[in-house]
Design a protein around this ligand. Structure first.
Ligand code: ARG
Length: 281
């Protein structure tokens, strides 16, 4: 039997494999926008914390439905951006490299996340350099793609390379709207990524083109609603519901895009991936 959905998947699309993920999330109980540290944030625009919680709950339920092991860190009153758990650290091989935030408004989040990692049996490395965790560090297979330009300092890339003993590739971000690497690149599986070319300088773009000639190229339109800020288990890719071209491209390549609406959290400059920190034991 063939359904409409099957018809959208090209017959040559490779078979994708879902891997069970273990992640950390933080409920946006204290979410609001009262300062501006990225162009998406405007304290004059009202936020609806209950709606943020409801939208976040849908994301949480989606992950649970996919069979992920979802851990939670308690939100802290006065840290409205703590919902963006991706920035809380970078975790591979049971080693948690802590975050050291660029702006004072988020700095207390660093120790809060490190405490959680310690209490949950991770080997915590206190950072010497400014870095915002998985917002700027993305593992693709054995390689770590590392962003700089707006938040994480390039010295943190060396620190990460020394800690994990894996190749780290520095990429320079140039558009303030895409200030974290996870707003400009989506990791789809161990060998495939999607990205927004205009978010990078020429040398970084040359690296991306050479390493990932078959990458999904996102449209400006999809990127403008943080459509790239998505999370994949290798088959299921949780994306912004409004990122329609990205959805189509994923489907064509044999992935299963799942749209969620996080419009309220977009007011803080974050999307699906920002709310998701992968825990690799
Ligand atoms: N308001 C937060 C900030 O500007 C949003 C963080 C988004 N996180 C991410 N991983 N891109 O720091």
């Amino acid at each position: 039997m063939s359904t409409n959905l099957d018809a959208l998947v090209s017959p040559e699309a490779p078979v994708r494999t879902a891997l069970k993920r273990t992640i950390l999330m933080c409920k946006p109980s204290y979410f609001t926008v009262v300062y501006r540290i990225n162009p998406w944030m405007d304290p004059a625009v009202p936020t609806d914390t209950a709606l943020a919680v409801a939208q976040w709950q849908t994301l949480y339920d989606t992950y649970v439905g996919l069979g992920f092991d979802v851990h939670l860190i308690d939100p802290i009153d006065g840290l409205p951006d703590m919902v963006y758990a991706a920035n809380g650290g970078f975790v591979i091989d049971n080693i948690a490299y802590g975050a050291a935030f660029t702006y004072p408004q988020r700095q207390p989040e660093g120790p809060a996340y490190m405490d959680w990692f310690r209490e949950n049996g991770f080997d915590v490395r206190v950072p010497q350099e400014i870095n915002e965790g998985e917002g700027d560090f993305l593992l693709v297979g054995d390689v770590i793609l590392a962003g700089t330009g707006f938040r994480s300092a390039s010295n943190s890339h060396e620190e990460v390379s020394a800690i994990y003993g894996r190749p780290v590739i520095t990429l320079n971000l140039v558009n303030p709207n895409f200030y974290h690497l996870d707003t400009a690149i989506a990791v789809l599986d161990d060998t495939n990524i999607a990205y927004l070319p205009s978010a990078f300088d020429e040398p970084s773009l040359a690296i991306l083109r050479e390493r990932y000639p078959d990458a999904v190229i996102a449209t400006e339109e999809d990127a403008a609603i943080l459509g790239l800020n998505s999370y994949s288990d290798g088959y299921n890719v949780v994306i912004a519901a409004r990122a329609k071209d990205f959805e189509r491209q994923l489907r064509e390549r044999g992935y299963n895009p799942i749209g969620v609406d996080l419009s309220e959290l977009l007011l803080g400059g974050g999307g699906v991936k920002c709310c998701t920190l992968e825990l690799r034991r």
